[in-house]
Design a protein around this ligand. Structure first.
Ligand code: HPA
Ligand code: MG
Length: 175
């Protein structure tokens, strides 16, 4: 726990940007019901703050996924470790992620969810690391911040499961 963490985005900067994105989402969906899917665990802090500021009839569900083992990471095959509670057929779905890097897991997840016939499916992320992208078919509709290819913690993002609860977004400094 004695890592040195440099603040990249302060609590205030994150709050202001989340509010902006929530307003954009509220305008785009124009009074229609929206179904948020939070990707656990990292997406949970962002999802809560975002949901509170979206002015639409909103429902929430949660999903947890993990890569299918070391050798298959590049294939993008993922295991659903916690599936949704509710069907998404006919719904306008917005997937909420903490960070998108390679896009492998998400590309697979989107294909799985599309087979359940939502009315629409879009992606919203707190952070995007485009330098790491290998799956360019992953189109992100809402991005709060684009970050450099450094190891980020806080606001849901962990290092070995710690630091998720930091109220800001930081980078672990090499000691
Ligand atoms: N930090 C924490 N978790 C992550 C990151 C990161 O930079 N990239 C992908 N998962
Ligand atoms: Mg993690």
């Amino acid at each position: 726990m004695d890592d040195k963490i440099r603040i990249l985005l302060s609590e205030e900067e994150v709050a202001a940007r989340v509010k902006e994105i929530a307003e954009e989402i509220s305008r785009d969906y124009d009074g229609k019901p929206l179904h948020l899917i939070c990707i656990l665990k990292g997406g949970v802090f962002f999802t809560c703050e975002l949901a509170k500021r979206i002015n639409l009839p909103l429902t929430l569900d949660f999903m947890s996924v993990s890569s299918y083992g070391a050798g298959t990471v590049s294939s993008g095959i993922v295991k659903i470790t916690k599936d949704l509670d509710e069907p998404i057929e006919g719904k306008d779905v917005l997937i909420v992620e903490d960070i998108i890097d390679s896009g492998n897991t998400l590309a697979y997840l989107i294909e799985v969810l599309k087979q359940r016939n939502p009315n629409s499916i879009e992606l919203c992320t707190l952070l995007d690391k485009p330098e790491r992208r290998v799956k360019d078919q992953v189109k992100v509709k809402y991005t709060c911040f684009t970050v450099p290819d450094q190891f980020i913690v806080g606001y849901g993002l962990d290092y070995d499961q710690i630091y998720r609860n930091l109220p800001y977004i930081g980078v672990i400094e090499q000691q």
